[in-house]
Design a protein around this ligand. Sequence first.
Ligand SMILES: Nc1ncnc2c1ncn2[C@@H]1O[C@H](COP(=O)(O)OP(=O)(O)OP(=O)(O)O)[C@@H](O)[C@H]1O
Ligand SMILES: [Mg+2]
Length: 359
Amino acid sequence: MEILEMQSICKEFPGARVLNNVNLSVRKNEIHALLGENGAGKSTLMKILTGIYTMNSGSIKYQGQQVNISGPKHAEELGIVMIHQEFNLIPQLSIAENIFLGNEKEFTTLGKINWRALTSASLQYLNQVGLKVHPKTQVADLSVGEKQLTEIAKALSKQAKLLIMDEPTAALTETEKEKLFSIMQSLVNQGVSIIYISHRMEELFQICHRVTVLRDGEYVATQDIPNTTIDKLVALMVGREVSERFPKSTTTPGDLLLQIENFSNHRLNNINLQMKAGEVVGIGGLMGAGRTELARAIFGLDRVSGNLKLHSKDGTSFSGTFSHPQDAIRHGLAMVSEDRKDQGLVLPFSVKENLALPT
Ligand SMILES: Nc1ncnc2c1ncn2[C@@H]1O[C@H](COP(=O)(O)OP(=O)(O)OP(=O)(O)O)[C@@H](O)[C@H]1O
Ligand SMILES: [Mg+2]
């Protein structure tokens, strides 16, 4: 039984046809993946479904009825709720205030909001997503995973029947991801349908029932997850057979470049590591094993005891530890941080200014 049937959807922006006869149908109690390369049209299709954009032509059937979605509020009334990749939470407000943002009316008498009722009403949704944090906690104080759960709680408070998740696991830890998946599973058991957008193929096979593939704004295929493979989906996405997803290139590592000796600090205990020029060295370990801390210590972000030797091509060498990232940069090191939005970029600055910052 279908909850949603989008048929022959076309969307043009001035000078660009972005969707051309796209179909998407989602069944009740289904997790349906929407797959496609960057720019394939996934977000645009979802923005049409949630009333943010108007389509040029096509039809949408929802719960067996032809609908004409007039705007985001209308979509919400229908139970179509989207969780955007960039969270729409207000950090200065509490969890409860965020959940009912825009719907405070439910708790208002004579123009006055009953905060106690609002706060306790939020508990039901926090329980449903398994978030064990007080509803008065400021959203700014939550981890990324907890923010994600708050977003889902907010969606549930809107009585979502069709939930759209755009890359929800991009910033989650392994444990948070597993928790999210089990919540998705229980939502589906409660009768919710989910459209799931992700670039991580393995996840689709873990959690989704069917997948629809888009390419360059065109509908390509819909397949049952148990009857397809990653290779088949990649071929549908890019439009040709791809024999090797990550072709191996062979290189011959050069001379010794970096030596880490007995690195120790509050998080590290006697770490040794050697690296040759032209080499890619992976650092493995579970969440919390100290991988980030090692990178930070090498780069001069955290104090560390021990020694670092760097042998440059031009014969110059360094021995000691970097006391400041600037030190490390001067010696030719660069670091791409784990949380790019928070630690890697200055968001109010332009691309140009950000690029120029280290130098
Ligand atoms: N407002 C707009 N005006 C003009 N072109 C747009 C607009 N929004 C999106 N596009 C174009 O439409 C195409 C589809 O974009 P869309 O964001 O839907 O892709 P996507 O599949 O969500 O990609 P990603 O995986 O990167 O999120 C792209 O070529 C994009 O440049
Ligand atoms: Mg997108």
